[in-house]
Structure formats: structure tokens, C-alpha cells
Design a protein around this ligand. Structure first.
Ligand code: COA
Length: 168
């Protein structure tokens, strides 16, 4: 059985494992190894994730983890970005555990938190071409709003991201 919990420091290594493996599995066909390596090492290292587990607020509601017998199989989190809007900042599953409804459980939990903070709409950025993420958000009622230059490009790169929105 899968349970969703607010992450604590015991989950940090599991969050790093799941997010790094999922990031590689998701982007290896569309992004260069150098790009993936850069993003994974910026976001998913011990000190940063521990700090993001410990320091939570309205702006960053902390990580939630999906646990299967204490093992982290998914992780996600978001925050409030303006008066009535929340955003999903991160949502990744163990690549072998997709299509079991775990992403839905995590998204629902983050959404409840954001509603409790007063949000009535929700945003998410998805990398253009991410066919492991876009159909999920579209199934959840998110609609494409606009395209912009992606995060983390360095000289010579021009990866783009898509901004999706829904009412909650
Ligand atoms: C996106 C992700 C978190 C979704 O989690 P999941 O547990 O696989 O999704 P669920 O099983 O809860 O599926 C929910 C719905 O989305 C649909 N869906 C999910 N991924 C899909 C895909 N690639 N293509 C088509 N439909 C998809 C499911 O059919 C289901 O539809 P339904 O509710 O109408 O039955 C997960 O697939 C993942 O980790 N993807 C790779 C990482 C990623 O892209 N994260 C988002 C970065 S912004």
C-alpha cells in the first residue's frame, strides 16, 4: 500500500534517489547529458534537499513523499506564488512505478496544501517535449498557457519550457 507523508530528514536519501533517477529517465532523449548532470547536481544533493525538507513555508510547502513499505517511490512539492496561485515545483516517481496512481496521490496532497494556503489556481512548468509529464498534467485538467525559455540553459542551449495552468 502507498502512503503519502510530509517528508522528514529520514527521507532525504530516498528523495534524491527518486528525483535523480526519474530526471535521467525523463530527459535522456531530449536533453544533453551535460544539462541533466548540471540540473541533477544543483537540485538533488544532500544539503539542499535536507534544507528543503526542514525549512518549509507558504512559499515552499516542503517535500511530500510516496512510501511503499517505508521506501520512497515518489516525491513532490510546491508553493504559493501569488495571492491565489500555487505552483507544483517538483514531482518525480521511481521510473518503474509510473501508471499506478502514485503521481495522482502526490498531486492531490500538494493541491490540498495549496488550497489550505488560499490558492484557487495552480501552475506548473514542464519542459517542452516531456511526454512523460505533459499527458499527466493534461489528464488532470491543466491547460497550456505559454512557452518560455527553460531554466538552467547555458550558452549554446535553448531548451524551452511550457507553462500549464488549472483551477483548483
Ligand atoms: C508525471 C508523473 C509524476 C505521473 O505520475 P503517475 O503515477 O505515473 O500518474 P498516474 O498513474 O497518477 O496517472 C494519472 C493520469 O495521467 C495519465 N497519464 C500519466 N502519464 C501519462 C502519459 N505519459 N501518457 C498518457 N497519459 C498519462 C494516466 O493515464 C492517468 O489518467 P486518468 O486519471 O484519466 O486515469 C510520473 O509519470 C513521472 O514521474 N514522470 C516522469 C517525471 C516527470 O515528467 N515529472 C513531471 C516534471 S514537471
Amino acid at each position: 500500500m502507498i502512503t503519502i507523508e510530509k517528508a522528514n530528514p529520514h527521507h532525504v536519501e530516498g528523495i534524491i534517489r527518486v528525483c535523480s533517477e526519474s530526471y535521467w529517465a525523463t530527459y535522456k532523449e531530449t536533453h544533453s547529458e551535460a544539462y541533466i548532470q548540471r540540473v541533477v547536481s544543483e537540485f538533488y544533493h544532500y544539503e539542499r534537499v535536507l534544507s528543503e525538507v526542514v525549512h518549509t513555508s507558504r512559499d515552499w510547502g516542503g517535500y511530500f513523499v510516496a512510501l511503499d513499505h517505508e521506501r520512497v517511490v515518489g516525491a513532490g512539492g510546491g508553493g504559493i506564488i501569488s495571492d491565489h496561485a500555487g505552483e507544483i515545483f517538483v514531482l518525480y516517481l521511481d521510473p518503474n512505478r509510473r501508471y499506478e496512481g502514485i503521481g495522482t496521490l502526490l498531486l492531490n496532497t500538494i493541491t490540498e496544501q495549496q488550497k489550505n494556503f488560499g490558492a484557487s489556481e495552480q501552475w506548473v512548468s514542464v519542459q517542452k517535449g516531456n511526454m512523460k509529464g505533459i499527458p499527466f498534467y493534461e489528464a488532470k485538467g491543466f491547460q497550456l498557457q505559454y512557452e518560455k525559455l527553460g531554466y538552467g540553459n547555458v550558452e549554446g542551449e535553448s531548451y524551452r519550457s511550457l507553462r500549464y495552468w488549472r483551477k483548483i
